[in-house]
Unconditional design. Structure first.
Length: 426
């Protein structure tokens, strides 16, 4: 298999976990390159459901080594809990997981600041997962972050922690009137995590590049989605990393020349969790009915996801930014019962029609979608295993999505389970 990057094409939760699990059958390494435990990737195998937050979904198949790259921010307590949960579900993690020495560590002050900042923003909040992701990336860029390798050296770790806490405690006290955190308590807690995680901490760029040179392949598992990218998404309503294809290189130390293929994952409709512009969003009774039918509740926070029609404007942008070779469309089955289905083909903005993503969140908020309406197929699709057997109207809907976005279809998912998948070209 070539080296493939899997990205969320839009607002996250597109079904990346399921698609990564399918492709891991032929993968040697599966690497997460950004985000943290804000992600929730669901994989259903038989009657079991797995929700991965930090560990790549590829861990579920024995043939693959799971890698957490330098671009990921790690809450050690969350990672240890995930390892334990997986082992309870009979998934072997020891000896199959590698964590980058250079990945940055999330501390309780990051999580606290995430929460306090959100609460202070009131109606202007971002709607973060409150996992401390943004503040941890902020420290990384400010060059005050603490990396996994630092945790492994007690004197370096203590010095950095002490320095950070002096500043964080001042902010906590003076801006938010919150009690200071104890250096000793945090130091002891994190030294214990370090001891338990040390077996996994390795030189990821070296391991991955040597593997690639030997002809092994890497599947890069994106978290979040293109519209949540800190540079290319609906800023400031974004996450704090780069979920787009370029992030795979920066977040693992594998060069662009090693990437053979990029696949974007999208639902057959759209969802967004958290605040920020969402032009095709449903409202009212239909929104509530659809959410329940589609089971659109967050895999990490359990929050109700906002749902809407497929947006070809955003998808064209995603194809461009990620240079998608192909897409995987998931949750087609959710649309099975609908009489008619809409697709947003362009936006109306101040009387003019725009077909390209306007970039600015303020402008998008004022855009009105222009819809094309297609008739639904109103028949189940979850049992179908070949594209040809799909109802004619389902094929017409998919073809229209592809024509409007100029991209090829590689995988079609018609249910959450592994077998509920149609692969168009192997
Ligand atoms: P991710 O974050 O991109 O991995 O996606 P999530 O796991 O957060 O959300 C996707 C949800 O859709 C999960 O509950 C999956 O089990 C489910 N899912 C994935 N593909 C399909 C599909 O084709 N049909 C249905 N009905 N559910 C799906
Ligand atoms: P997966 O990998 C959907 C959203 C949050 C919020 C914004 C910033 O499962 O697709 P953060 O906690 O990252 O600072 O929150 O990003 N968000 C996600 N939305 N799927 C995710 O991950 C997300 N991770 C973060 O809801 O709007
Ligand atoms: Mg998710």
């Amino acid at each position: 298999m070539p080296n493939i990057v899997i990205v969320g094409a839009l607002f996250g939760d597109e079904g990346k976990g399921k698609i990564v699990d399918i492709l891991t059958e032929n993968a040697d390494y599966v690497a997460r390159f950004q985000g943290g435990h804000n992600a929730g990737h669901t994989v259903e195998i038989g009657s079991e459901q797995f929700i991965l937050h930090l560990i790549p979904s590829g861990i579920l198949r024995e043939n693959a080594v799971a890698v957490i790259g330098n671009g990921v921010v790690i809450d050690p307590a969350a990672l240890l809990k995930e390892i334990e949960l997986l082992e309870n579900q009979k998934i072997k993690v020891a000896g199959r997981l590698i964590v980058s020495t250079h990945a940055h560590v999330i501390f309780p002050y990051h999580q606290l600041l995430d929460e306090l900042r959100e609460d202070k923003k009131g109606s202007k909040k971002i709607g973060t997962t409150k996992r401390g992701i943004g503040p941890a990336y902020a420290d990384k860029v400010a060059r005050t972050g603490i990396r996994m390798i630092d945790l492994m050296n007690k004197s370096i770790f203590r010095e950095k922690l002490q320095h950070n806490l002096e500043e964080k405690n001042t902010i906590l006290k003076s801006v938010y009137n919150v009690s200071p955190l104890s250096v000793d308590k945090l130091f002891n807690e994190y030294c214990e995590y370090a001891e338990r995680l040390s077996q996994y901490v390795k030189n990821v760029p070296l391991i991955l590049n040597e593997a690639i040179l030997k002809g092994k392949n890497v599947l890069f598992e994106g978290a979040q989605g293109t519209m949540l990218d800190v540079d290319f998404g609906t800023y400031p309503y974004v996450t704090s990393s780069n979920p787009t294809a370029g992030g795979a290189c920066i977040g693992t130390g594998v060069a662009p020349s090693c990437i053979d293929e990029v696949i974007g994952v999208t639902k057959a409709y759209s969802t967004r969790v958290g605040e920020g512009p969402f032009p095709t969003e449903f409202f009212g009774d239909f929104a509530e009915w659809f959410r329940q039918e589609a089971k659109e509740y967050g895999a990490t926070t359990g929050r109700p996801r906002r749902c809407g029609w497929f947006d070809a404007v955003l998808m064209r942008y995603s194809v461009l930014i990620n240079r998608l070779d192909s897409i995987a469309i998931t949750k087609l089955d959710v649309l099975d019962g609908l009489k008619t289905i809409k697709i947003c083909t362009a936006y109306k903005y101040k009387g003019t029609t725009i077909e390209a993503f306007p970039g600015d969140a303020e402008v998008i908020t004022q855009c009105e979608p222009i819809y094309e309406e297609l008739s639904g197929w109103q028949t189940p699709t979850s049992h179908i295993r070949s594209y040809e057997e799909l109802p004619k109207k389902a094929k017409a809907y998919i073809q229209r999505l592809l024509d409007l976005t100029g991209v090829r279809l590689k995988i079609l998912s018609v249910g959450p389970k592994r077998e509920e998948t149609i692969i168009l070209d192997a």
